[in-house]
Ligand binder design. Structure first.
Ligand code: SF4
Length: 338
């Protein structure tokens, strides 16, 4: 386990949303989008956050950047607790913490040339004069693999891959220490996804930036992450160093996600745990283990007793009643298809 102090520390983060209740006598419901999530991200490290759509991973990304406020829990960046920061303090913090969104066209201003958009953070933070800002924007365009001559173009004149490179250039021009990448390639053509992921990895080496990389695509997460955390219905159910998680997944949900990733070699045979049904509603999460309604290994106690996230190996944490202690082995899957 690394002894380096974490750059980002998330402790017991909870975000509940109240919905409904507008009608007479109707009782408002509570959506438990994030329900007790804790993790750390080290300097220049990438933590992949994976899970099915609606598991709460994007909400976690928004909470750690102050785009939403937690119901409980705290986030610390460096030595700075982020809860209840004043707006001016948040503005100053934006130099250190940025976001790359899923939809690059939606993240860019359609009426502003991309060079000005890349330089805009320098202007907001009062860094350098206009001429030098323009020059820095051209340098960033070159750094992300685009021609500096594109500075005068508008977003609609660029391809999706070029737009996302512009978004990355804008996110990194202030040399932040931490960036949340929320599904940064899922809106792009498959042919350019690898290029943009490789660009993010190269920029991490050049800028020593840490990423929280949110994605549902396990192949991409495996490629770019140092560690991976798996979320299910608002909670982390397993986290481990990348190779440990992909080679020795211990939670049945992680095993099912990994088993669903296509393998290009048809001669490779592996255990296949098939998940049936959709995740339950976060308005009414199941009691006990939240995964028990879909888990092929569920026991009676899983319906009433919630497992805790416990360390089973160095840096490897799992929440499952069947995975008990140091050196724990993979739970035996007896009801699987091949
Ligand atoms: Fe499955 Fe029970 Fe483990 Fe939950 S605690 S993952 S239901 S075996």
């Amino acid at each position: 386990m690394s002894t380096v102090s974490p750059l980002l520390a998330v402790d017991s983060l909870v975000r509940h949303f109240r919905i409904g209740g507008g009608k007479l006598f109707a009782r408002p419901a509570v959506v438990r989008a994030v329900d007790g999530v804790s993790f750390t991200v080290g300097p220049s490290e990438t933590l992949g956050l994976v899970g099915e759509s609606g598991c709460g991973k994007t909400t976690v990304g928004r909470l750690v950047l102050g785009l939403d406020q937690p119901t409980h829990g705290c986030v610390t960046l460096g030595a700075q607790p982020l809860n209840d920061l004043a707006p001016a303090a948040w503005r100053a913090l934006r130099r250190d913490a940025q976001m790359v969104f899923q939809d690059p066209l939606g993240a860019l201003d359609p009426r502003m040339p991309v060079g000005r958009q890349i330089a805009e953070p320098l202007e907001i933070h009062g860094i350098t004069g206009g001429g030098e800002r323009a020059e820095r924007a051209r340098e960033m365009l070159a750094a992300v693999g685009l021609s500096p001559d594109l500075a005068a173009r508008y977003p609609h004149e660029l391809s999706g891959g070029q737009q996302q490179r512009v978004v990355i250039a804008r996110a990194l021009i202030l040399k932040p220490r931490f960036v949340v990448c929320d599904e940064p390639v899922s809106a792009l053509d498959v042919s350019v996804q690898a290029q943009v992921v490789n660009l993010l990895a190269r920029m991490q080496r050049e800028f020593q930036v840490a990423y929280l990389f949110i994605s549902h695509d396990l192949k991409i997460v495996r490629h770019i992450s140092h560690r991976v955390a798996v979320m299910y219905l608002g909670q982390i159910v397993e986290s481990a160093p990348r190779e440990e998680l992909f080679e020795r997944p211990l939670h049945p949900y992680t095993q099912a996600l990994i088993a669903a990733v296509p393998v290009p070699d048809p001669t490779v045979k592996r255990k296949r745990l098939v998940l049936h049904g959709e995740p339950p509603s976060p308005v009414h999460p199941p009691p006990g283990c939240r995964f028990h309604t879909r888990c092929p290994l569920a026991e009676v106690r899983c319906r009433s007793e919630a497992p805790v996230l416990r360390t089973v190996a160095s840096g490897h944490q799992v929440s499952c009643h069947l995975v008990t202690g140091p050196g724990a082995s993979e739970p035996e899957i007896t009801r699987c298809s091949s």
